[in-house]
Design a protein around this ligand. Structure first.
Ligand code: SF4
Length: 701
């Protein structure tokens, strides 16, 4: 909403970055003929007026001069400004020609977890109805896929938190497994600090010491990739010491006997050897977690971005189920989603295997339902496609000839990015819609300018599962268009206008509600009016009369029969990880820094944020540095089987001596994802960003 003060305007908005989705206000002050801007927090039930440094400076990228303001088209190998008419006509001609020559599946669609629910929904419909291709997936596959799959396999449902944020301060014990919330979702920290003040015992699981592990009472600084061994070791102690909740296990779960047989067959020597965690620390963790009356387990990318990430999540969920700490007050599972709409964007059908409302593209009843909502025949609905990284492999195999990418920068975010870049250079027609001429957009044949968070209205679902409405009123920059408008206009030139007849984000949401009705992520009872009145509603919310669901699984889980499914998670899944060797003697792990978001496409444009971390760096123990002849603050060449990069050294006494850490927000020769292998988790197709092996040497110009 815009209120005119004498020389001041206030725009209510919502942070475009992480999954906290903090509410905020952009203040525009006019001083003589000059405008100046600042962003402040706005009170609301979740972030309560707080902002982190990213949110406070978000306007700097949205108002940046480098914003794309007109479509660009490649002519004589240069991207030159063209009209929307020319861009759309070219897209129509090329898409039709490619599909005529190579079939419908020759075009692929690559989406994002930073777009609104409405746009995520529409992108799935666009792929399946306008293009009729089976190839659609999105960057959440690189981010939250293993937590989502692990929760689905265990509980039958995936919603980030199984409880409300407000329950955190009252829990008695929590395990933070592979999450650095202090850097990644800073405004959630007061919930954890309050829990600590109230006496909660906090256990952090992380190979690195971070701002988050400093909050913990116990930091389990395990070897990278050994989380399954750790969780199984804890469960073994709980079973052997009789600390499990037999009644809960009997009433609410399946397969415990199988899990118990396997867990009791393990020996502690192997667990200690795998994890590097002492017996005392294992006992302390198991005893405290099992004995306290309430407890929570949080996971994030540290344990999820592994090639056994799904199984790793499930090993931790076994601990919750064995101790009966779910579906009751101050207890449960929290997957700390990373991207702004990491939760909502995985619910509405932009995944290769999924239709809106968490419906399955392989289930006949689900297909029939969505076909009816969309007004098409079920037999015209494409089949299941492949995951994000695999689409680039299919380009390489000549199955995909063209790609449409919305709000994503895959030449930085994917593993093995040298290969991904070559694949994108190979497609015969690449269209990218984005805010800036990103590293991916630079390879495109057509670049379409999208609106930013300040200009684009729509809903987001935060890490808790709370649907929030972001109302935008800031003027659109140049000739940029909303992502949903771009999809509608391409659909229109392709002759599919009747399926894409929307005049606002709200009109898309109205259809999304119906498409989600009766599905696992049921939004049917949520309306824009309600979101305005109630400051957000947690799904599932099947009718306008129901209040939304804060705590999940109080009486039953979402699997048929109502029971959770415990899983035997074998330690030998670890053997799939790359092992250190004389050629690659160090573990390499990757992650974020507070001032940057994802590939840095937006935050590197913000002077205040860029100044905090101007370049990538390698964190290394000084003893390891000495062994490899690395000096402080000097350039280092880091090499894996997949490539090399050059980054500056930073020493840390607190990192393991066998491990180096490099954040992933930079491009080209500083892009650590160039070093990450292409092996994928067999269940969710997540790459193993958190565990590569590498070698290092001083770099001299
Ligand atoms: Fe809030 Fe996250 Fe934005 Fe920071 S980055 S202001 S924590 S939404």
């Amino acid at each position: 909403k815009q209120q005119n003060a004498q020389s001041e305007k206030v725009y209510d908005t919502q942070c475009p970055y992480c999954s906290m989705q903090c509410k905020m206000q952009l203040i525009e002050q006019k001083i003589v003929s000059r405008k100046q801007y600042k962003t402040i927090g706005k009170d609301n039930p979740t972030s309560q007026g707080r902002l982190c440094v990213k949110g406070m400076n978000a306007h700097q990228h949205a108002l940046h001069n480098d914003r794309l303001k007109q479509p660009l088209m490649r002519i004589n190998d240069e991207l030159v400004p063209v009209s929307w008419e020319t861009a759309l006509r070219t897209i129509k001609n090329k898409f039709q020609q490619i599909q005529h020559e190579y079939g419908k599946d020759a075009i692929s669609v690559y989406g994002s977890a930073s777009i609104t629910n409405e746009e995520a929904y529409l992108l799935g419909k666009f792929a399946r109805v306008a293009l009729q291709t089976k190839y659609i997936d999105y960057n959440g596959r690189l981010c939250m896929a293993s937590a989502a799959t692990g929760a689905n396999m265990t509980f039958g449902l995936d919603r980030g938190f199984t409880f409300g944020l407000n329950e955190i301060p009252n829990t008695r014990v929590m395990i933070l497994a592979g999450t650095n919330i202090a850097e990644c979702q800073p405004t959630i920290m007061p919930y954890f600090e309050k829990a600590k003040e109230n006496g909660a015992y906090i256990i952090a699981v992380d190979p690195r010491e971070t701002s988050t592990t400093k909050l913990a009472d116990l930091h389990l600084q395990l070897k990278p990739g050994s989380d399954i061994a750790l969780a199984n070791g804890l469960l073994k102690i709980m079973i052997e010491k009789g600390l499990i909740d037999d009644a809960f296990i009997a009433d609410r779960t399946e397969h415990f006997d199988l899990v118990k047989d396997y867990i009791l067959s393990l020996n502690f020597e192997e667990i200690i050897n795998e994890t590097g965690i002492s017996m005392e620390e294992l006992y302390q963790t198991a005893l405290v977690f099992a004995n306290e009356p309430s407890g929570m387990i949080f996971t994030a990318r540290g344990i999820e971005q592994q090639i056994n990430g799904t199984e790793t999540v499930m090993a931790f969920l076994n601990l919750l189920l064995a101790t009966g700490k779910i579906g009751k007050p101050y207890s449960g599972y929290g997957a700390i989603t990373g991207q702004g709409n990491g939760q909502g964007a995985r619910e509405h059908g932009q995944k290769a295997d999924q239709l809106p409302g968490y419906r399955s593209i392989e289930n006949k009843a689900d297909r029939n339902y969505i076909a009816e909502v969309w007004g098409i025949r079920e037999k015209d609905l494409p089949k299941k496609g492949v995951s994000a990284y695999e689409m680039f492999e299919h380009i390489n195999k000549d199955k995909i000839k063209s790609m449409f990418i919305m709000c994503s920068n895959p030449v930085i975010s994917n593993p093995n990015t040298n290969f991904v870049k070559k694949a994108l250079e190979k497609v015969s027609f690449l269209v990218v819609a984005d805010l800036f001429l990103s590293e991916t957009a630079q390879l495109a044949d057509i670049v379409l300018p999208s609106t930013s968070y300040l200009e684009d209205e729509g809903t987001f679902t935060n890490l808790e599962g709370r649907v929030l409405l972001r109302e935008a009123s800031f003027p659109i920059q140049g000739k940029a268009k909303h992502d949903w408008q771009i999809l509608c206009e391409i659909a229109k030139v392709l002759g599919k206008e009747k399926y894409f007849n929307y005049d606002s984000a709200e009109s898309i949401f109205e259809e999304l509600r119906v498409a989600s009705r009766g599905g696992k992520a049921d939004y049917y009872g949520i309306t824009y009016d309600r979101l305005r009145r109630e400051n957000g509603v947690l799904w599932p919310c099947p009718s306008e009369e129901t209040p939304g669901t804060i705590r999940l699984f109080e009486t039953k889980f979402a699997h048929e029969g109502g029971k959770a499914r415990m899983a035997v998670v074998k330690i030998d899944t670890i053997k799939r990880k790359p092992a250190i060797s004389s050629n690659y003697p160090l573990y390499l792990t990757t992650g974020r820094v507070m001032s940057h978001y994802l590939t840095g496409e937006q935050t590197r444009k913000s002077p205040s944020l860029a100044a905090r971390n101007v370049e990538a760096y390698m964190e290394i123990h000084p003893d390891t540095a000495q062994k490899f002849g690395i000096e402080l603050n000097k350039l280092v060449k880091v090499t894996s089987e997949k490539g090399w990069i050059i980054v500056r050294s930073q020493f840390s006494e607190s990192i393991r001596k066998d491990t180096i850490f490099i954040p992933f927000h930079w491009a080209e020769n500083q892009n650590v994802n160039r070093l990450v292998g292409e092996q994928l988790d067999p269940y969710c197709r997540m790459p193993g960003f958190k565990m590569s092996v590498a070698t290092i040497s001083p770099f001299h110009h």
